[in-house]
Design a protein around this ligand. Structure first.
Ligand code: IMP
Ligand code: MG
Length: 186
């Protein structure tokens, strides 16, 4: 467990403020609303990191849509992808014929999303695209990209607005860089 003082002191600096986040999400919502007009849009949020993003993004989408959630494990508790991705919670609804938009918090090595994409593709959606709030392109290992990217971020470990380190910091309303000293013991 961490205390409130630690939670705030563990942040090196604010990378993206609440106001900037709101603008990024608004712009994505506008693009999606226009691109998916007349389509059967299903937003699939990948838990838990994308919950805040999903909640804000869907309010910026001005066309009819459905939502669903799935949870996978990829990181365990540290800062590196294990390479082993397991479904912990599957979708509730059928995606056949739907225009799927996977909503993710951050595209890092890309292993998690490339695995999710493969599984979902096998279920015959009409289309499948990816909307990630953040992208760290230098870290990519899998052959995958997102059609919608909120912002590219530097190769630092970031937390807040849904993103965690050891399950903490998700409730910070901004994006901050975690001090290296917090995770360097790994
Ligand atoms: P990937 O499979 O390496 O692309 O990992 C994607 C997942 O790792 C994301 O959904 C996040 O949960 C987590 N992740 C990657 N980078 C960060 C970061 O900087 N902060 C918090 N979580 C991260
Ligand atoms: Mg995580």
């Amino acid at each position: 467990m961490i205390n409130t003082e630690d939670m705030l002191q563990d942040i090196e600096n604010v990378i993206i403020s609440e106001e900037e986040l709101a603008q990024i999400v608004k712009d994505l919502g506008a693009r999606i609303s226009s691109d998916y007009k007349d389509k059967d849009l299903l937003l699939v949020s990948v838990l838990k990191g994308s919950v805040l993003f999903m909640a804000d993004l869907m309010r910026e989408i001005k066309i009819p849509c459905n939502i669903d959630f799935m949870a996978v494990s990829s990181y365990g508790s540290g800062t590196k992808t294990s390479g082993v991705v397991k479904i912990i919670k599957d979708l509730d609804c059928s995606i056949e014929g739907k225009d799927l938009l996977i909503v993710e918090d951050i595209l890092d090595s890309g292993r998690t999303l490339s695995y999710i994409r493969e599984i979902l593709l096998a279920r015959n959606p009409k289309s499948i695209k990816i909307c990630t709030l953040f992208d760290k392109p230098e870290r990519r290992e899998a052959d995958i990209y997102a059609e919608y990217i909120g912002s590219r971020v530097p190769n630092e470990f970031i937390v807040g607005y849904g993103l965690d380190y050891n399950e903490y910091y998700r409730n910070l309303p901004y994006i901050g860089a975690l001090k290296r000293s917090v995770y360097s013991e790994e």
